[in-house]
Write a protein that binds this ligand. Structure first.
Ligand SMILES: Nc1ncnc2c1ncn2[C@@H]1O[C@H](COP(=O)(O)OP(=O)(O)OP(=O)(O)O)[C@@H](O)[C@H]1O
Ligand SMILES: [Mg+2]
Length: 446
């Protein structure tokens, strides 16, 4: 976007633009090629960010190059936070600028940016030509012109990568914009790879823990059956004195045995999901039929609501599905000792809402939300880990969510937390439609 008339004069201390456009183009191509190579390796973003931003920033002759993360709030607004930055010599860094941490784009007057970036479009041009609402924050950083490209990890926006010029510079041309877009795409692809690697490691850890839990449960069960047999023998021993003391010890032992059996059952549930009887069912109906049981578990001070819209049928073991619901509802109840509300919403997965309900891509979602204190950000990474609990003193085993995770993934689904920053806790389950499996069976039979 070329400026009409003479460019504004540079602020004091700014570096003059000296790179001729053709050289700059070549430099940018070479820098992007090297940067893409770096990002395509195995380095995580925190390690490649500094060299990549420096390469791109120096080659394009700008004053700063940076990456901002987006955080989507429950109401659809986006908060942006600067994560990484490179600055040319004599340029004031902005990485510690508190205005650029958790900035609400709409409140800050950057609604246009939010819309364009979400559509995958770059922001480019001279600040003097930008809408008035956007200028104060940019001018406070002495920016004269900039280019910002969205960074997508798959279909999800992750953030934006940007280049600020604090001194007059030849306008960004289409070629440079396209080449730097490749860098933004490579950054997004690297983030996606990092996420997949982390998921894979998590799944491998869960599998290993599952095998271990299965082994422990098996051995523990053997011990329990020996103890159980001994208790029965003791109590049935007609020759023994039937004193009140004996009775009391008998009750204590039986209680301990019940608890031990409960624990082995939970360990086995976690270690062997998918061993059940998956059947094709309407998830909304299934949740509706589980409501009485869930209400009982939630207690009278927690209100349970169900919202259903027609959604593709899924394949899941109803007993295990009920267990997932129970685990989530009990967790919400535990989080709201003074009462509250749990909402269960079943419908087509918004990510695949347009898909043919019987097609391969269709999915059904179950959203479980409460209005309790929510999950503290520091715990978000850990809560699906087996044995992670904040309720150890109340007898929590930390197997509720890991069992839910194991059950849902064994049925080809996903379970994750909703975006941070909302009210209460939000769990999002997505299950594939039963359609394709049936079609496959029919084809196989024919
Ligand atoms: N709805 C929720 N609100 C707030 N925190 C929650 C919620 N659900 C889970 N958590 C947190 O996640 C942790 C792990 O949950 P999980 O169900 O795996 O184990 P637990 O509830 O602690 O133990 P158990 O399920 O064996 O009783 C909980 O200890 C709690 O800190
Ligand atoms: Mg639990």
């Amino acid at each position: 976007m070329p400026v009409a008339g003479a460019p504004p004069s540079p602020p004091p201390g700014a570096v003059p633009a000296t790179t001729p456009p053709r050289d700059r183009r070549e430099a940018v191509v070479a820098a992007v090629a090297t940067a893409v190579g770096l990002m395509a390796g195995t380095l995580p973003a925190r390690d490649f960010a500094a060299p990549v931003l420096r390469l791109l920033g120096e080659a394009s002759g700008v004053s700063r190059a940076y990456l901002f993360d987006f955080q989507r709030k429950a109401d659809g607004r986006h908060l942006v936070t600067q994560r990484y930055e490179w600055t040319a010599p004599h340029i004031s860094p902005q990485i510690d600028n508190p205005d650029l941490q958790g900035l609400d784009m709409i409140d800050a007057g950057f609604g246009r940016w939010q819309e364009m970036l979400l559509r995958g479009e770059p922001i480019v041009g001279e600040i003097a030509e930008f809408p008035v609402s956007e200028r104060p924050i940019l001018e406070a950083q002495q920016i004269l012109s900039l280019l910002v490209q969205p960074v997508f990890a798959g279909t999800r926006i992750h953030g934006m990568i940007g280049f600020d010029a604090c001194s007059p510079r030849e306008p960004w041309d289409g070629f440079e914009i396209s080449v730097l877009r490749i860098a933004a795409q490579a950054w997004g692809a690297a983030l996606l790879r990092e996420e997949h690697d982390a998921q894979l490691r998590h799944m491998q850890r869960m599998e290993a823990m599952g095998r271990m839990a299965g082994g422990v449960a098996h051995d523990f069960n053997n011990v329990l059956s020996v103890v159980g047999g001994a208790v029965e023998a003791l109590q049935g021993d007609a020759a023994g004195p039937a004193t009140a003391g004996n009775d009391r010890y008998g009750r204590i032992l039986r209680h301990a045995l019940d608890q031990g059996r409960g624990l082995t059952r939970r360990l086995l549930d976690f270690s062997r999901p998918g061993g059940g009887q998956a059947q094709e069912l309407d998830l909304g109906e299934m949740v509706a039929s589980a409501l009485p049981l869930l209400r009982q578990a939630a207690g009278s001070h927690v209100r349970l609501e169900l919202r259903r819209t027609a959604a593709p049928r899924v394949r899941i073991d109803p007993v295990q599905c009920e267990q997932v619901l129970l685990n989530l509802v009990i967790n919400a109840r535990d989080a709201m000792p003074n009462g509250g509300r749990v909402r269960l919403e079943v419908g087509p997965d918004p990510a695949t809402a347009g898909a043919d309900p019987k097609g391969a891509g269709a999915r059904t979602s179950l959203r479980v939300t409460d209005n309790g204190p929510g999950i503290p950000p520091a715990l978000r990474e850990q809560i699906f880990e087996p044995f992670f609990t904040t309720k150890a003193e109340r007898g929590g085993t930390g197997l509720g969510l890991s069992t839910a995770y194991a059950i849902i993934t064994a049925h080809g689904g996903t379970i994750r937390l909703g975006p941070a920053g909302g009210v209460g806790a939000e769990f999002l389950i997505s299950l594939p439609s039963a359609g394709p499996a049936r079609a496959r069976r029919v084809r196989a039979a024919g």
